[in-house]
Design a protein around this ligand. Structure first.
Ligand SMILES: CC(C)(COP(=O)(O)OP(=O)(O)OC[C@H]1O[C@@H](n2cnc3c(N)ncnc32)[C@H](O)[C@@H]1OP(=O)(O)O)[C@@H](O)C(=O)NCCC(=O)NCCS
Length: 210
């Protein structure tokens, strides 16, 4: 487990740290099955991964969302608040992010991206909630309690607002971690035609302990 000093060092990221957070998340997700399936399948996949996270951070994190980082830049998370938990972007933002999407998935990947967004959208809860869009730990630091510390710190904020929370886990290995924090699997689904499984997980609202 991470010690208390690690947990205390978790804070909101600043907009100027966007690129650092994107690089950290790209490294954390280097072997993530869903990202690897979704992104372009050539020698530019690594830079596409960083671009995808930069894009998500810019459209859902800064401003309006909650991006959290530990002071050592080893763990980061992006939470989308209840007011935006339907994940809908105004049309002009959809249009503005399209070039980045094409670069990240390539033209041939656009069908996969559509299928992914549709499958994720079908399972996305309608009720307002905090959405954990992404959570990642530096590969060299995984398994040392940082991911848990990040969840503990950010869920304390969620609980202060007495709101439910939702996430999709892209790996079965993460499911027990999320269960330890009260998430329950609602469904397991595969984006068509051949996407890897995603675990849709929901956590009921709680009242924060004093
Ligand atoms: C998932 C992740 C955020 C967990 O953070 P962490 O600091 O490694 O995890 P902690 O040390 O706090 O907790 C350990 C638990 O995390 C889970 N876990 C997932 N991937 C792990 C990994 N690579 N190494 C160690 N534990 C991992 C296990 O359930 C583990 O519990 P166990 O030791 O009983 O098996 C981190 O491993 C990571 O960034 N993985 C790659 C990206 C990813 O999958 N992100 C989440 C997408 S839903």
């Amino acid at each position: 487990m991470a010690d208390e000093s690690v947990a205390e060092a978790i804070r909101r990221a600043r907009p100027e740290e966007c690129d650092d957070v994107a690089r950290l998340l790209a490294a954390a997700f280097a072997s993530d099955p869903v990202m690897s399936w979704l992104l372009r399948r050539d020698e530019r996949q690594d830079s596409a991964r960083a671009l995808m996270f930069r894009t998500l951070l810019r459209y859902f994190g800064f401003p309006g969302g909650e991006v959290w980082l530990d002071t050592g830049h080893r763990a980061a998370s992006l939470w989308v608040p209840p007011a935006r938990s339907d994940l809908k972007l105004p049309w002009w933002q959809e249009l503005a992010l399209f070039p980045a999407i094409i670069r990240a998935v390539s033209v041939t990947g656009l069908k996969r991206m559509d299928a992914f967004r549709a499958a994720v959208g079908r399972h996305h809860p309608k009720a307002p909630h905090w959405y954990l869009m992404t959570l990642g730990v530096d590969p060299a630091m995984q398994g040392k309690g940082l991911g848990g510390a990040m969840l503990r710190a950010t869920l304390a904020e969620v609980d202060r607002q007495h709101m439910p929370a939702y996430l999709e886990s892209s790996s079965p290995r993460n499911v027990p971690l999320y269960e330890r924090f009260g998430f329950v699997t609602q469904a397991v689904f595969n984006p068509p035609p051949d996407g890897p499984p995603l675990w849709a997980m929901w956590r009921e609202a709680r009242i924060a302990s004093a």
